[in-house]
Design a binder for this molecule. Structure first.
Ligand SMILES: C[S@@+](CC[C@H](N)C(=O)[O-])C[C@H]1O[C@@H](n2cnc3c(N)ncnc32)[C@H](O)[C@@H]1O
Length: 326
C-alpha cells in the first residue's frame, strides 16, 4: 500500500517546524501510524539525529518496518505510548529533544472494515487499536448496563441524545456489527443530526475501549519527564477532550487547569506553551483532507526543574494503569 493511502499526515509542515529544533537531537514520534510525520522528522535530522517511533497497532508497525527498512536513524517500537518509559531505552530518559503526538485513529484503521472503527462500512464491532485492550466494542455495547452506556456516550462523545441512544442500543441487543450499531442509533436520532450523532457515539465507544484519555494523560506526563530542558512537546488533537488534557498540562502541569505558584507567586510547572494561539490547518489543507478539519496543534517547551515542582520520579504515578471496564 502506498504511504498516502495508509494515512495522509495532518499539519505536517507546522508540526515538524515546531518539533525539530536540534537536527542532531533525539526525538519520539509517539503515534507512528503510516509514518508520514516520522518521514518528515527524519528529513530534518542530521546523520547524528535519532528518532524513536511508537504505535500500538500491528498494521502500523508492519507498514512502517517496510517503509523505513533502509533507514538506520529510526527505531520502530510496538506498544502503548502510555508506557513509553518502559518501551524506550533507559539512556533516552531526560534526553529527548522532542515528543510528537498525532492522536486518534489513522485513515487505515478507519477504512479497514475488519477493524470496526467506522459506521460507513460493515464489520465486526471491534475498535481495539492494540493488544492491551481486553474488551472489544461489542463487549461494551452488549454488556454495559444502560446507565454506564449512557454515561460513556455523554462523557466521551459529548452527545446530547445519550439517554435515548443508550436505551435504543439496549433494546437492539445483541449488536455485533458496525451497521447494527448504526441502525440502533438511527432508530432514535432525526436524520438531519444522524451523521454527527453516529460520529460521536462511535468516538465514545472507541475512547472507552482503548482507554484513550487515561493513556494520553499518562503519556503527556511521562513524555514531559523524558524531555531535556528546552525539549518540545507537540500535540495534534481531534476533539475537545484530548485538547483540554494537552492545554491544561502544557499551561499548568496538571489536568485540572489549576495554576500552582511558589512562595513568591511564580508559577511552578514543568512546561511553558511556546505560544498562546492554537495552530489549525489552512483552508486548502482542510479542502484536501477532510480529516484535518477538527485538528488543533499545541506546542510546549520543557522548563528547568524547579524546587518543589514537577518531579520526573513521580510522573504518571497519579494515574491508574490502562484497561477500561463498564
Ligand atoms: C492519527 S494516526 C498517526 C498518523 C501518523 N502521524 C502519520 O503521519 O501517518 C494515530 C496513530 O496513533 C496510534 N495510537 C493511538 N493511541 C495510541 C497509544 N495509546 N499508544 C500507541 N499508539 C497509539 C494509532 O494506532 C494510530 O496508528
Amino acid at each position: 500500500m502506498n504511504h498516502a493511502a495508509y494515512h495522509k499526515p495532518v499539519l505536517l509542515q507546522e508540526a515538524i517546524r515546531y518539533l525539530v529544533h536540534e537536527p542532531d537531537g533525539m526525538y519520539l514520534d509517539a503515534t507512528l501510524g503510516g509514518g508520514g510525520h516520522s518521514a518528515h522528522i527524519l528529513d530534518h535530522l542530521s546523520e547524528k539525529g535519532h528518532l524513536y517511533a511508537i504505535d500500538q497497532d500491528e498494521d502500523a508497525i508492519r507498514h512502517c518496518r517496510k517503509r523505513f527498512n533502509e533507514e538506520t536513524r529510526i527505531t520502530v517500537i510496538k506498544g502503548n505510548f502510555g508506557y513509553m518509559d518502559i518501551l524506550l531505552p533507559k539512556e533516552v530518559d531526560g534526553e529527548l529533544d522532542g515528543v510528537l503526538f498525532d492522536l486518534g485513529v489513522s485513515s487505515h484503521q478507519l477504512d479497514e472494515p475488519r477493524r470496526g472503527f467506522s459506521f460507513r462500512s460493515d464489520g465486526p464491532l471491534d475498535m481495539r487499536m492494540g493488544d492491551l485492550q481486553m474488551q472489544k466494542a461489542s463487549d461494551v455495547i452488549n454488556n454495559c448496563e444502560y446507565d454506564a452506556l449512557r454515561d460513556l456516550i455523554y462523557r466521551y462523545g459529548e452527545e446530547r441524545m445519550g439517554s435515548r441512544i443508550a436505551r435504543a442500543i439496549v433494546q437492539a441487543r445483541p449488536v455485533e456489527t458496525t451497521l447494527e450499531l448504526r441502525d440502533a442509533i438511527a432508530s432514535v436520532v432525526p436524520s438531519r443530526h444522524l451523521n454527527k450523532s453516529l460520529a460521536r457515539v462511535f468516538q465514545a465507544v472507541r475512547i472507552h475501549v482503548n482507554d484513550e484519555l487515561t493513556m494520553l494523560r499518562q503519556a503527556v506526563e511521562k513524555g514531559t519527564g523524558m524531555l531535556n530542558t528546552e525539549g518540545r512537546i507537540v500535540a495534534i488533537t481531534y476533539h475537545s477532550l484530548e485538547d483540554r488534557i494537552c492545554k491544561n498540562y502544557f499551561r499548568y502541569g496538571n489536568f485540572e487547569g489549576k495554576p500552582v505558584r511558589d512562595f513568591y507567586g511564580n508559577p511552578v510547572r514543568p512546561l511553558k506553551p511556546l505560544f498562546s494561539k492554537i495552530v489549525v490547518p489552512s483552508e486548502s489543507e482542510m479542502a484536501d483532507n477532510p480529516r484535518a478539519r477538527s485538528a488543533r496543534l499545541r506546542v510546549a517547551v520543557r522548563l528547568e526543574d524547579q524546587p518543589g515542582g514537577f518531579s520526573p520520579e513521580n510522573r504518571g504515578n497519579s494515574l491508574r494503569a490502562g484497561g477500561a471496564s463498564c
